[in-house]
Design a protein around this ligand. Structure first.
Ligand code: CP3
Length: 367
């Protein structure tokens, strides 16, 4: 099967893509997870009029919101990420998901029999075509200013939401499934992974220039259980997305894995998981992470998002330390937070974070 992507305006800033391919760039490209979010007054204004998933499903609104941080921080920010949510995959599988204000599933999966309520075959064009249309429109309107990132949730993190029915401190219900019904759990994890592959390939077809897989709850698993339950699906996704992109004549975009908290696995993931970039949280020192991964992958991260509440001096010192630690080794580095930005941050403090990254991540910038 062959397919072509629309013709988009030429890219003017390829720092992100070069760093993702492992190049030590003249300065680190920078963006932040949840950069189109509630800390921005212009975001809150749109959300006053439109419910969360309505925004996701309306390409014009998703485009408008995706572009908000790009416009506000023009010249300071090096990537856009499509406005959507990881929970659109459970919706595509047939589950109801509400956002009030955190995610809420009125009918979570309780026992393995409930899996029969899910769609066995998911037509991603039909169920998630609105994401593809938002990506195409955003990429057009970006006019080549920065690359556009597409994403999905990792099977383990999505599985956990589908069983817990929302956020959870212990993941007791999801873990009960893993340990009581390991085979049924693996089968469901694999079913989710199949949808992830179709969804990511569709995003590249629509115009995404880098793909990120969010395994936000990877760190809740022991190293053994991470390798048993999460890792095989992460590997399945990278292998099959790359194969499909090649078969369909689509661009071979870089892929990022953010397995939050699974720092124990960095060396193993760099060697085996098939991603170009590994995201790290703030619980590991960047130089230590680099020593674990060698020259196999680029790294992304990793300032504690709460440092954005610490004022300009604290932010500057943290960026300086982070830059020293990432720059101690060779290889690509994409500057980011170690997790998503939170609603109470002053947008001016985020601007300062970007400015500090420009200054201290530059080759020679620490001198
Ligand atoms: O990064 C971006 O700017 C792109 C958009 C994006 C959102 N969610 C928008 C969003 C992305 C990449 C996500 C990913 C996502 N969603 C993850 C993985 C990353 C992570 O944070 O671990 C997870 C676990 C979710 C599920 C989810 N969505 C939660 C737990 C919440 C509530 C948390 C909160 O911030 O209160 C959401 C809601 C959500 N997704 C918001 C945004 C901007 C805020 C909701 C709102 O606008 O009312």
């Amino acid at each position: 099967m062959s397919s072509s992507i629309p013709v988009f305006p030429p890219l003017k800033n390829d720092l992100l893509l070069r760093a993702a391919r492992g190049e030590k760039t003249e300065r680190a490209p920078v963006w932040v997870m949840r950069q189109a979010g509630r800390y921005l007054p212009e975001f809150r204004k749109v959300r006053e009029l439109h419910e969360f998933f309505e925004v996701c499903r309306t390409p014009a609104l998703a485009t408008e919101i995706t572009l908000q941080p790009i416009q506000r921080y023009s010249g300071l920010i090096d990537a856009s990420i499509i406005f959507s949510d990881i929970l659109v995959i459970p919706q595509a599988l047939g589950m109801e998901v509400l956002m009030n204000p955190g995610p809420y599933f009125p009918e979570p999966l309780v026992t393995p029999e409930d899996v029969s309520k899910l769609r066995t075959v998911v037509d991603v064009e039909k169920e998630l075509g609105y994401v593809f249309r938002a990506i195409t429109q955003t990429r057009m309107e970006l006019n080549g200013e920065v690359p556009l990132i597409g994403f999905c949730g990792a099977p383990w993190t999505l599985f956990a939401y589908m069983i817990e029915g929302g956020g959870s401190k212990t993941l007791q219900k999801a873990k009960t499934w893993l340990f009581k019904y390991p085979e049924e759990s693996k089968a469901l994890l694999r079913r989710i992974a199949v949808v992830c592959v179709d969804f990511l390939v569709g995003q590249v077809k629509a115009g995404a220039q880098l793909l990120q897989v969010f395994d936000s709850w990877a760190g809740e698993l022991s190293p053994y259980d991470f390798e048993q339950f999460s890792y095989p699906t992460l590997k399945y996704i990278s292998t099959n997305v790359r194969q499909r992109l090649a078969e369909e004549g689509l661009p071979s975009v870089p892929m990022t894995l953010f397995a939050k908290g699974a720092n124990h696995a960095l060396g193993f993931l760099a060697e085996n998981a098939g991603y170009d970039v590994l995201g790290i949280d703030w619980v590991i020192d960047p130089a230590k992470a680099r020593a674990m991964v060698g020259d196999k992958v680029a790294l992304q991260g990793n300032m504690d998002p709460n440092l954005l509440y610490g004022g300009k001096h604290a932010i500057e010192e943290a960026v300086k330390r982070m830059s020293e630690s990432f720059r101690a080794g060779e290889g690509g580095w994409i500057a980011n937070l170690g997790h998503g930005i939170t609603p109470g941050v002053d947008p001016e403090d985020l601007k300062w974070f970007f400015e500090c990254v420009h200054k201290y991540s530059a080759i020679g910038g620490l001198a």
